[in-house]
Design a protein around this ligand. Structure first.
Ligand code: ZN
Length: 229
């Protein structure tokens, strides 16, 4: 939603709802964890009111996300992602999200090693890789995150967490999403790329097809590997 036209937010939410996208992604910035400010729980509530059937996915780019978990869930968040670099108890944060029946996710800045989140994988429904430095929309994709996606997918599949969703966020278009899909990502957060399209529905369809094709190629390649004990 960061890339939406703020002059007609309800129309923009409806545009996403009919596009075939799986969810609305809301980036919450606190002017502390990141230099910018975006919006708060009211935007989540507006999304729920405008398009109740569209999944609401909320990414907290905040120093103290733990203090806002309940407020965003009360507003209608159905998935909440907090940063592993946040200044709070990550275990408690993930447990608090799940305790309310909401999908819990952990986010990594581009510079943070995958090792920082591995201990938390059992408490995560999703891991989100930032593929730009968090804080602004419209930035260019950072390709050096790609090997980290492959590293996490391998770890998750090999440790009984094959259902873990791997998301990518930042500079995502049909080209970069396909690169991430080939490494094992399965959820793609696209902002500027989709909102600038005259036909968002066609763009979502094309993005989905390209990514699914890449994932099938990757899975076929991985099949000869030794099965997990
Ligand atoms: Zn995000």
């Amino acid at each position: 939603m960061l890339a939406a036209d703020y002059g007609c937010l309800a129309d923009e939410i409806r545009r996403v709802a009919v596009s075939g996208a799986d969810a609305l992604h809301l980036d919450i910035m606190d002017a502390h964890f990141v230099p910018n400010l975006s919006f708060g729980p009211d935007m989540v509530a507006l999304s729920k009111k405008t398009s109740p059937g569209l999944d609401r996915n909320v990414h907290l780019m905040m120093t103290r996300p733990d203090l806002y978990i309940d407020r965003f869930i009360d507003a209608g968040a159905q998935a909440l992602q907090i940063h592993v670099e946040a200044d709070c108890d990550i275990w408690a944060g993930l447990r608090a999200i799940r305790a309310r029946g909401v999908r819990a996710g952990l986010v990594l800045r581009p510079q943070t090693p995958v090792a920082a989140l591995l201990p938390y994988v059992p408490l995560c429904d999703a891991v989100l890789f930032m593929t730009v430095n968090p804080g602004y929309g419209g930035q260019a994709f950072m390709g050096d995150v790609l090997p980290k996606i492959a590293q996490l997918r391998k770890h998750a599949d090999g440790s009984g967490f094959g259902a873990l969703d791997i998301m990518v966020d930042g500079g995502i278009n049909d080209e970069t999403a396909a690169l991430c899909a080939a490494q094992g990502a399965n959820m793609y957060v696209a902002g500027s790329f989709l909102f600038k399209q005259a036909d968002m529905t066609a763009a979502v369809k094309r993005l989905r097809e390209l990514c699914e094709a890449k994932r099938q190629v990757t899975c076929t390649r991985q099949q000869p590997a030794t099965p997990n004990p």
